[in-house]
Design a protein around this ligand. Structure first.
Ligand code: MG
Length: 203
């Protein structure tokens, strides 16, 4: 798959995963691992698989503690945005509501984070659905009439494409494992902005 996308991307039929796509959630995981457990050598590039116990040589209790801390309300609000995401999303919000579908169980803290991060977007233009499970995203997206979805988990992309949804894989260290590119890869929000705004009121 090369670095271009030809088909127009209708913003009204577009939705987004949050963690690992809009929110640089694992930056907080790495920070906590360094601060709380002295794992000073750990970097995001070490997170080479989605199921972290498969790729990190880390005590299971420590790993579970770090994941819980990363996703708790306090640390959710400290997550940095992925570079360029607020700019592209703020511009997209001028055309319609922004739809976010997350596998988190509770939507409250990450919704609050979105409101803070996208502070120029009116709150009523931000819709968040927490499915509690990645496999539940497909039905939710189809019910919303979504055709395009930005996602960082490879397995979820495979599940979505079987349901007629076109995934865009947001590049992260944990989704670079396959030799063959199955999905269009988004390496930056700037790149995605070019794809979505071409022929859509963009430059
Ligand atoms: Mg994600």
């Amino acid at each position: 798959m090369n670095g271009t996308w030809q088909e127009p991307i209708d913003p009204m039929r577009l939705a987004f995963d949050i963690d690992g796509v809009v929110a640089d959630t694992m930056a907080v995981f790495v920070q906590l691992a360094r601060e709380r457990y002295g794992l000073s050598q750990l970097s995001k590039d070490d997170l080479r698989c989605y199921e972290l116990h498969h790729c990190l040589d880390m005590d299971r209790e420590v790993l579970n503690d770090l994941i819980c801390l990363t996703l708790d309300d306090e640390h959710t609000l400290q997550v940095p945005a992925m570079e360029g995401a607020p700019q592209v999303l703020t511009r997209l919000a001028e055309q319609g509501p922004l739809r976010f579908v997350t596998a988190r169980i509770w939507p409250e803290s990450i919704t609050q984070w979105l409101h803070l991060t996208l502070h120029q977007v009116p709150a009523h233009r931000i819709q968040v659905i927490a499915t509690g499970a990645p496999e539940a995203k497909r039905q939710v997206l189809n019910d919303l009439g979504i055709r395009f979805f930005l996602e960082d988990r490879l397995e979820t992309c495979r599940h979505l494409v079987r349901g007629g949804i076109q995934p865009f894989l947001f590049d992260q260290p944990w989704n670079r494992s396959s030799d063959v590119e199955e999905f269009p890869r988004i390496v930056s929000w700037d790149q995605f902005g070019e794809w979505v705004f071409q022929g859509n009121g963009g430059e």
